[in-house]
Design a protein. Structure first.
Length: 207
């Protein structure tokens, strides 16, 4: 506490930690952005994070390139606006996209977080209801999720209802972690072989 010239005491201004800014480039235009917004708004805790989403950002390799371009821009001498607490993430599906492993390794090497869904983001939805260990296609994942998740339909309503997911997200996180461990135990050189999801790693930023 500092003392003023008039003899009165005044409180020194409290130092505030800057808010963490989380930049996320997503492949999807609806599912991932809506889920992330719901999650951060309801479960952001004390992190005081600012979420900036760039939806429908392209195929995986394009998404990673956009992440790297943003990092260069934010770290340029002109702006230097990427704080040490800030993070940049790429969120994409494996599906039938090319250059997946290349894009994955490039992102990690460059300090960009990666949230991969294999075969697609609908697997993350399925993990709210139980483990998934048998390989499946994107169409199969979408069909299975439609049968389990009230109101979800890939073509007409691709949003995962937060009221449903809020009661099950911890189950999904546990199932995702277990699934990646099983894929590695099966001899995979890529921790996100089908079926697997690392979407939980992105969510952990908010907890």
């Amino acid at each position: 506490m500092a003392k003023s010239k008039g003899g009165n005491f005044r409180r020194s201004p409290a130092s505030r930690q800057p808010k963490k800014i989380i930049y996320v480039f997503t492949e999807g235009a609806v599912t991932e952005p809506e889920y992330l917004n719901d999650f951060s708004r309801n479960l952001g805790g004390k992190s005081a994070s600012v979420l900036k989403i760039f939806p429908a950002a392209g195929v995986p390799h394009t998404i990673v390139q956009k992440c790297l371009a943003l990092r260069r821009e934010l770290c340029s001498r002109r702006t230097y606006s990427l704080g040490p607490q800030d993070e940049i993430w790429a969120a994409f599906d494996v599906d039938e996209h090319p250059r997946i492993l290349e894009s994955y390794n490039l992102a990690l090497k460059s300090g960009v977080g990666v949230a991969v869904s294999n075969p697609c983001i609908e697997l993350w939805g399925l993990l709210h209801y139980g483990e998934v260990n048998a390989p499946l296609s994107r169409q199969e994942a979408q069909r299975k999720l439609r049968d389990l998740m009230p109101g979800y339909d890939h073509h007409t309503n691709a949003r995962f209802p937060w009221g449903e997911c809020s009661e099950k997200y911890e189950v999904a996180i546990a199932n995702a972690q277990k699934g990646r461990g099983q894929r590695l135990a099966e001899g995979s050189i890529f921790p996100n072989d089908c079926p697997s999801s690392s979407f939980d790693l992105l969510l952990a930023v908010f907890l």
